[in-house]
Design a protein around this ligand. Structure first.
Ligand code: FES
Ligand code: FE2
Length: 352
């Protein structure tokens, strides 16, 4: 008689509260840049799960980074675009994670149990997205139904699409995303990029809830131009439109003088409860023939300024109980964000 052993419910060395993990694992997150996933296997991590990503005939595959034979990470092996090969006994895995070769027994039929445990994949905004606990439908037809956060303008004509290199942050994704929504820190943290130390007052704004999170129209005179770069007309009112897709993604459309728009997505992928890989696709309809390296550099500068703050915040997790930190009126987005996470059922992010 064979006994079917279910896969373990939680990753080894899970840093999340088990209840929180189960909720977060139902959502979709980017795990790699599309251009970084090729024929050779690459190791990535999501919610403490060790994963391997590779391509077969151009199709991205995301699977558990554990060989079903003797548990060696597949990311240590090789690959050639037609499949990957385990470093220990050379088992080969192809499209959909199917085992296609067992070199020790070249003529034997290969049991399905040697196939990899895979996760559904969608490629969008130059990123490979996956989900650890998908619905049956998301597994069957991810391209049609995966609730990957929407990014306005990415597919619009006239917009340049730029997928910046990812940035690793030693902090919780919720803290990082909250920092992206924070409009009171520009004149203190971003002095080398775009912030103005003489323009720190925060005009009123109101988050508006929607079914995936909330959005905010934030009007202020804080310029988004790099310091030392072009000047906006005096008293120009900059509109920053934030759109939050719970739990850890937001987009920000900045409306420039002359009507230009820049949309930046902050997709904070939760590597663990203490580590985040931040992905930032950008779409813009001005300077569209400018060098992308300049955009990468400016983006990195801004996010490095944020990283210095988010890595030292205590507690490391995000306190969802509103009484645990003190709020000022400028924090309406942060308060709406924490409420949104609480409404998802996440209640244990405060672990001091
Ligand atoms: S452990 Fe991978 S082939 Fe044996
Ligand atoms: Fe910032």
């Amino acid at each position: 008689m064979t006994t079917v052993v279910p896969p373990p419910a939680l990753p080894r060395e899970c840093t999340f509260d088990p209840g929180d993990w189960a909720i977060l694992a139902r959502h979709w997150y980017p795990v790699a840049l599309s251009r970084e996933v090729g024929g050779r296997p690459v190791a990535v991590r999501l919610l403490d799960e060790t994963l391997v990503a590779y391509r077969v005939d151009g199709e991205a595959v995301v699977a558990h980074d554990i060989c079903p034979h003797r548990g060696v990470p597949l990311s240590l092996g090789g690959g050639d675009g037609a499949g990957i090969t385990c470093a220990y006994h050379g088992l080969r895995f192809g499209a959909g994670g199917r085992c296609t070769d067992v070199p020790a027994h070249p003529a034997a039929k290969i049991p399905a149990r040697l196939n990899l445990r895979t996760f559904p994949v969608v490629e969008r905004y130059g990123l490979v997205w996956t989900c650890l606990r998908p619905t049956d439908e998301e597994r069957r037809d991810p391209a049609a139904v995966a609730p990957v956060p929407r990014m306005a303008h990415w597919d619009d004509e006239g917009f340049q699409r730029i997928t910046c290199p990812s940035i690793d942050i030693a902090a919780f994704a919720g803290r990082q995303l909250e920092g992206f929504l924070d409009v009171a820190h520009f004149g203190f943290v971003h002095l080398d990029s775009f912030g103005d130390p003489d323009n720190t007052a925060v005009p009123d704004y109101s988050p508006v809830r929607h079914d995936r999170g909330f959005s905010v129209d934030y009007w202020s005179t804080v310029s988004n131009y790099a310091r030392g770069g072009p000047q906006a007309p005096p008293d120009f009112q900059w509109l920053r439109h934030f759109d939050v897709h719970l739990p850890f993604t937001a987009t920000l459309v900045v409306h420039f003088p002359g009507g230009g728009r820049l949309n930046i997505m902050n997709a904070a992928s939760p590597v663990s409860a203490r580590k985040t890989r931040m992905f930032a696709p950008i779409a813009r309809d001005f300077d569209t023939d400018g060098p992308v390296q300049d955009v990468y550099d400016f983006n990195r500068k801004v996010f490095e300024e944020d990283r210095a703050i988010v890595e030292v915040q205590k507690p490391e997790n995000l306190p969802l109980d509103p009484r645990l930190e003190v709020h000022i009126p400028a924090d309406r987005s942060s308060i709406a964000y924490r409420r949104g996470l609480r409404d998802m059922g996440l209640s244990h992010f405060f672990t001091a």
